[in-house]
Ligand binder design. Sequence first.
Ligand code: 1CP
Length: 358
Amino acid sequence: MREIRNDLYLRTLRGEKVERTPIWVMRQAGRYLPEYRETRKQAGDFLTLCKTPELACKVTMQPIDRFGLDAAILFSDILTIPDAMGLELVLEEGVGPVFNKPIRTISDIDNIHIPNMETDLSYVTSAIKVIREELNDRVPLIGFTGSPWTLASYMVEGSGSKEFRRIKGLMFEDPNSMHRLLQIVTDSVVDYLRAQVAAGAQSLMVFDTWGGMLSTDNYQRFSLEYMHQIVSSLKSDPVTQDVPVVLFTKGGGQWLEMMVETKCDGLGLDWTVDMAAAKARVGDKVVLQGNMDPVIMNTGEQQVMSGATQVLEAYGHHAPEDRGHIFNLGHGIQPFAKPENMTALVNTVKSHSTNYHC
Ligand code: 1CP
């Protein structure tokens, strides 16, 4: 039987009155799912999975089919842009993403290849088209990017990092070059998001995973400023102006008021943020997304049910002046999460959240 169209997620982002809280989960497709691990094995490696639209579609659909989530997120990675810029991404088993040709000198910045969306990144737009076809409007499709600061961090560090010595070194020692790199990345991010929307992405999310590593002053200058540019560009372009944009700075709980100034539609909150306090601060201006601690998904069903109920309770009743809430975890679900806990999570949010919408 064909499922009816579910646009709860988009209606929430538009600030419309909804009957319950929508739910999707960051990294909802991935290693905690046996069917993902199977498809990844079939693909041979992670990048082939991203670059083969039919396989990217297959893994995008797996959590939708299994759990009945309210939105699908394109299966891809934030590091597709630096890869298309010529840095050569490889995913090393047990290490994570690594670039063969990281940015190490000023001339590396000058020599960045500006990606052409129609040639270098057509595998992403093709995947979006295949996924939209397969979704057939069952649920909306989220497109995404990394923030310029987060992408630049991987480009300069050459891999994941704990201390960010290289990127912060560049920022402190040569801020002009840092800004030049961020501007190059920002321009490509805007092109990339526009191409995603033209191909069929119905909502956009910017993952600023490493913005929280900065001081407040440097966050404003080196991360927020460029996310501001991204939102302004999208909101002034006829192709993208009606597509909701959600910003997520992990560790950015103290900066919510500044983030709202970008005129984004939603803010993702990590689990360290008090949801009730965030709602009081900015809940009349943006939709709030989040924010259960993802580690709860590695424990038991009882803990999941109580964790989900607590987040719903913290947002509380949806009054007319409240922009709304989208349930999510405070960061990506981990490979150690139990798939049956996703079932418990989705069921709890779907049944329990109706109490707060009347
Ligand atoms: O199979 C594997 O081993 C690959 C693991 C994996 C997966 C499943 C990587 C490598 N990327 C992804 C998919 C992915 N990444 C998605 C789509 C899946 C979905 O949401 O269902 C998305 C949205 C991302 C985004 C992403 N990649 C972020 C931002 C969000 C966040 O989690 O903070 C970041 C920082 C990355 C970089 C990255 N890619 C992969 C890994 C393991 C990492 C993290 C590296 C690090 O720890 O620094």
